[in-house]
Write a protein that binds this ligand. Structure first.
Ligand code: FMN
Length: 381
């Protein structure tokens, strides 16, 4: 191992503490509403490299009313620890009560959403709107911190738009209010997912706070990009969202790169298919076969981004109804994909996936490269 790599390990890969909560890894799974649910968390944790995971955002009011959808979002199990629940809301008393409820349930940490740009959330005064009112955001955090012993963290973007970059000031104000850590997605609310993540913007947040950890987030699709996030921002940890769906091994691979400087071999095509089946099985256990399969239709195409050409797979998976359907799609896909392989069974170079921004280009002949932010209500996250 080279000296420089030792330095990298000392500097980058280390346990972190969020106000008394000791974490074995400073690599985090970012919440992706509709995707990072319990079944995914359980199967990705098995691959290693990861410790604290966060739920999808949960409406604090709905949680207090024990709304069944909200209760399903905070469902967890012993293999799913430590777990943070992400709340959204604007009322300090309500957010404090919801945090108390989560503490009583045994949740390890509570995260406050300050980045969601979706109209439905913003019009309630929460999500990214909190970035425009640091006084209120600080009051909200203080009320929660005073109500619970578990850590309270915040997840934000850089600001509302390029003329209102509030993250450095906001992070400092939240630190004074008692926040245990901040997660920063290096884009503004106005940017949605366009352009590239602004590493200098994240660096300004790191420089603005005194002692709390800042976790950098955005566009990390390879271990090398994770290392770049550490190097260029000085952040204390990194959080990965979409990259974990393209490649669930990314945490283990990043931990290896940061600790030994080595690039571990990529999982095989069959490893990736087997992981999908494990994920589907967990979805079926959680939702039942019919609902689990319908939900898996929107998840499977993300994995396909690293499989090379996949139009056959994406088309057929869109109508799967049962586990048996899925296994049949995989069999057909194995056969169909052979035309893109060399004599060793490897993808021909022109079909190998390449990272583009926060996603992977689709290399199948005739398809233009595109960023795979899914369509639908969450499309502008
Ligand atoms: C489909 C989708 C759903 C998301 N849901 C949430 C959410 O519930 N809470 C949140 O704070 N961020 C959410 N995000 C933002 C991600 O956590 C993350 O900040 C963003 O995707 C950038 O990181 P990445 O490039 O690693 O994906 C979502 C993003 C996507 C694409």
């Amino acid at each position: 191992m080279a000296d420089a790599d030792h330095t990298a390990a000392d500097r980058f890969l280390r346990p972190l503490e969020f106000k008394g909560l000791r974490l074995r890894s400073n690599l985090f799974l970012s919440p992706l509403a509709g995707y990072t649910t319990l079944p995914f968390r359980v199967v990705i944790r098995e691959l290693g490299g990861l410790d604290l995971c966060t739920t999808d955002l949960v409406n604090a009011k709905s949680l207090l009313m024990r709304n069944p959808k909200a209760m399903k979002l905070v469902a967890t199990c012993p293999e799913d620890t430590p777990l943070a629940v992400q709340l959204f809301g604007a009322d300090p008393a309500e957010m404090a009560d919801a945090a108390k409820m989560l503490e009583e349930m045994g949740i390890a940490s509570v995260d406050v959403n300050m980045g969601c740009p979706v109209r439905k959330v913003v019009k309630t005064g929460s999500g990214s709107l909190l970035m425009t009112d640091p006084d209120h955001a600080a009051r909200l955090i203080r009320a929660m911190v005073e109500a619970v012993r578990i850590p309270v963290t915040a997840k934000m973007r850089l600001g509302w738009d390029s003329t209102r970059i509030t993250a450095p000031d906001l992070a400092r104000r939240l630190e004074d209010a008692g926040v245990a850590a901040v997660f920063v997605h290096g884009r503004t609310r106005a940017q949605g997912f366009s352009g590239h993540v602004d590493l200098a913007g994240i660096r300004s947040v790191v420089r603005a706070v005194r002692t709390i950890p800042v976790i950098g987030n955005g566009d990390i699709t390879t271990p090398a990009l994770a290392r770049r996030m550490f190097e260029e921002t000085g952040c204390h940890g990194v959080s990965i969202g979409r990259g974990a769906f393209y490649n669930p091994w990314i945490f283990r691979q990043t931990a290896a790169l940061l600790s030994t400087g080595e690039i571990v071999p990529e999982p095989s095509f069959e490893d990736r298919l087997a992981f999908m089946v494990r994920h589907l099985d967990a979805m079926i256990r959680f939702w039942g076969e019919e609902r689990g399969c319908v939900q898996f239709r929107k998840i499977a195409p993300w994995y396909a981004r690293l499989l090379g050409p996949s139009s056959y797979f994406r088309k057929r998976v869109a109508t799967m109804r049962t586990r048996a359907d899925f296994l049949e799609v995989l069999d057909g896909y194995r056969e169909w994909r052979k035309r893109f392989l060399d004599e060793n069974g490897e993808l021909l170079p022109r079909y190998r996936p390449v990272p583009v921004g926060g996603a992977f280009a689709d290399t199948e002949a005739g398809d233009a490269p595109s960023i795979a932010v899914p369509r639908g209500p969450n499309a502008i996250w």
